[in-house]
Design a binder for this molecule. Structure first.
Ligand code: 13P
Length: 250
């Protein structure tokens, strides 16, 4: 049975004071012994301090991105080893904002995925189509292409220590979530694609849904058979709402 995972992606939000209030509030509200794993992905500069705040809990820490290179003259970048050094276990790779705003290509995302695993991090590989792509009937070809770019470099075995996040771009930050059926359809297709390569890994790989997940829609999304939790943006900045989303995952 796959253990659900709920990840909060703070994006470029927060301050030292706000983060302390948020994390303390969250730790008070999370149910002890809950089934779902909980992950927080603050901006790089707040990773260490957030790690201190959660150190006596089961909440895990993750980066929002990682450099494809191990070290060197890459101004502004942060390596996988650095993320590990400050306590990260996970890192987001290929978030749509990285792809769209910063022009990260499928091949760069694949290199970042490899760099993350080489550092001992669990990559959370984000995939998803834009509204234009969905309306043109290209959802599955876009998601396939994004997955294939990584699989071509790593092979399916790498998904044994990774997480996939389906985040339709049109649902991110818009308040318009994919319906449970729309999300399930893509999750099922992703799992089938993995199953064609390795059935055991397909059964165990966690596929998260992201895009306007809220306390009010989390339960019905997470009830779908191939949705193993969420990657939550805006609603992860509110302790009570994020705690409710975590509770909805089990
Ligand atoms: P929202 O939950 O704000 O739509 O963001 C989703 C997301 O991009 C998480 O990575």
């Amino acid at each position: 049975m796959r253990r659900p995972l709920v990840a909060g992606n703070w994006k470029m939000h927060g301050s030292r004071a706000d983060n302390a209030t948020l994390v303390h509030g969250l730790l008070d509200l999370l149910q002890p012994g809950a089934r779902a794993d909980v992950l927080l992905c603050p901006p790089f500069v707040y990773l260490w301090e957030t790690g201190r705040l959660v150190k006596d809990s089961d909440v895990a820490l993750g980066g929002q991105s990682v450099c494809a290179e191990a070290q060197g003259a890459f101004t502004g970048e942060v390596s996988g080893a650095m993320l590990r050094d400050v306590g990260c276990r996970y890192v987001l790779v290929g978030h749509s904002e990285r792809r769209q705003v910063y022009g990260e290509s499928d091949s760069l995302v694949a290199r970042k995925f490899v760099a993350a695993q080489a550092s001992g991090l669990v990559p959370v590989l984000c995939v998803g189509e834009t509204l234009d792509e969905r309306e043109a009937g290209r959802t599955s070809s876009v998601v396939d292409r994004q997955l294939d770019a990584v699989l071509a470099v790593t092979g399916v075995g790498a998904l044994g220590s990774a997480v996939i996040a389906y985040e339709p771009v049109w649902a991110i930050g818009t308040g318009r979530n994919a319906t449970p059926d729309q999300a399930q359809e893509v999750h099922e297709a992703i799992r089938a694609k993995v199953a064609a390569l390795d059935g055991t890994i397909a059964d165990s790989v966690r596929i998260l849904y992201g895009g306007s997940v809220k306390a009010s829609n989390a339960r019905e999304l997470f009830a779908m058979p191939d949705i193993d939790g969420g990657l939550v943006g805006g609603a992860s900045l509110k302790a009570d709402e994020f705690a409710q989303i975590c509770a909805a995952a089990g």
